[in-house]
Design a protein around this ligand. Structure first.
Ligand code: SF4
Ligand code: SF4
Length: 377
């Protein structure tokens, strides 16, 4: 396993972190819930294999993830891993909710100190209305002085300009952001944060699963390496020197073993290989732009259809050949904060959007195609 220092802290993290958001599940009645026994086994296997970053959050697995991580790190495992979790920033209504959530999370995890404590899902609105207005940094600093938190961080879902503002606040020692070979929007800010001495941990290194399924388009980027889609995607992220590590939501021993193999390799991608990937991604992007550039000019839709998001997922299907991922994400539109708005099904063909599209995309008929391809059969 390769290890890297988390920014200016004295923590050496494994480049591969265990994300406890996609734990194995079992069916109880009509519901799928996290399987505690199997999950504990997986987390312990990960720690025994050299992974020392376990990341969870208040909401993961209908609130069960933190309890499960707490159970997994009993019996000597606590001192072998850094525990990272996230306060549900959007749920903080008044300043002392901060301590209420923190104490509850410490109790769920059954530990005295959280090593890396994130404000979950920061965007401009939450940064202004929660962090600044409710003066939450003062509370976080007090919790640090009391030993309840070791390092303060945030996870992020907004535009890069907002990310810069949050980095520039100087309040955080680390950040958790989206980045992968297809989604490079945070690349410049990753370098910026690292150069300021912040740790940078990546979520979605294999595209939140999007690159976890076989894709000829991606495997062909490095044909000589004979790697899986996920292997190429992880290797690409690890090749970025500004990154401390990457979280992967792993739900089987086999997946952990495969990812550990990639995270332990000493030979990084060569410059020529990175250049080849960049060129091909640019080509795919140009192809994707024929369908939609994501400019947003057609928005807002009176029916709240998220037109660019629907088209982006369609591009994952047709350009990057990731059908399983595209369908899964489509099914989640409107159900998770990072996929806002409505699916193509809600279009009533009012025609308001089409004249606003600089690409002259026949939005109504394209949305119908999205619905037929990605919607429930
Ligand atoms: S045509 Fe459909 S997508 Fe376009 S604005 Fe009307 S309802 Fe929204
Ligand atoms: S205006 Fe056209 S190109 Fe821009 S996001 Fe809407 S559909 Fe895509």
């Amino acid at each position: 396993m390769n290890y890297r220092r988390l920014g200016n802290t004295n923590i050496e993290l494994s480049v591969l972190g265990f994300g406890a958001m996609r734990l194995p599940e079992i069916k109880i009645g009509e519901k799928m819930i996290a399987d505690e026994e199997k999950s504990v086994e997986l987390i312990r296997f990960a720690i025994d294999s050299g992974i020392n970053l376990i990341d969870t959050a208040y909401f993961y697995h209908q609130h069960r993830s933190e309890y499960i991580v707490g159970a997994a790190i009993k019996n000597g495992y606590r001192d072998r891993a850094y525990i990272s979790t996230k306060i549900p920033t959007g749920e903080i209504k008044q300043p002392d909710d901060f301590e209420r959530f923190l104490d509850e999370q410490l109790s769920r995890l059954n530990i005295a100190t959280i090593d890396i404590y994130h404000f979950h899902y920061l965007n401009q609105k939450l940064f202004e209305e929660k962090i600044k207005k409710l003066d939450l940094i003062k509370r976080a600093e007090r919790a640090k002085a009391e030993g309840k938190i070791r390092h303060l961080a945030f996870s992020f879902h907004d535009k890069p300009e907002v990310l810069k503002t949050i980095i520039d606040s100087g309040w955080f020692e680390s950040m958790l952001v989206q980045y992968n070979m297809i989604d490079r929007s945070n690349e410049a800010m990753i370098q910026y944060a690292a150069e300021k001495g912040m740790g940078v941990v990546i979520m979605g290194p294999v595209g939140g699963g999007r690159l976890g399924e076989p894709s000829e388009a991606i495997i062909n980027m490095l044909p000589k390496r004979k790697l899986s889609t996920a292997g190429i995607a992880l290797k690409f992220v690890f090749a970025n020197p500004y990154i401390t590590g990457a979280l992967s939501g792993m739900n089987s021993i086999q997946m952990i073993q495969q990812n550990i193999k990639t995270a332990s390799e000493k030979d990084s991608l060569t410059e020529a290989e990175i250049e080849r990937i960049n060129l091909l991604v640019q080509e795919y992007q140009a192809f994707a732009n024929l369908y939609c550039t994501g400019c947003n000019y057609c928005m807002p839709c009176p029916q709240e259809v998220n037109i660019p998001l629907n088209f982006r997922l369609m591009n994952y299907y047709r350009v990057y050949q990731l059908p399983e991922y595209a369908r899964k994400e489509y099914a989640m539109i409107g159900k998770v904060p990072w996929l806002p708005g409505k699916t193509a099904e809600y279009c009533i063909a009012c025609g308001e959007c089409e004249p606003k599209c600089p690409q002259n995309i026949p939005i109504i008929s394209q949305l119908q195609e999205v619905m037929q391809t990605l919607g429930e059969k």
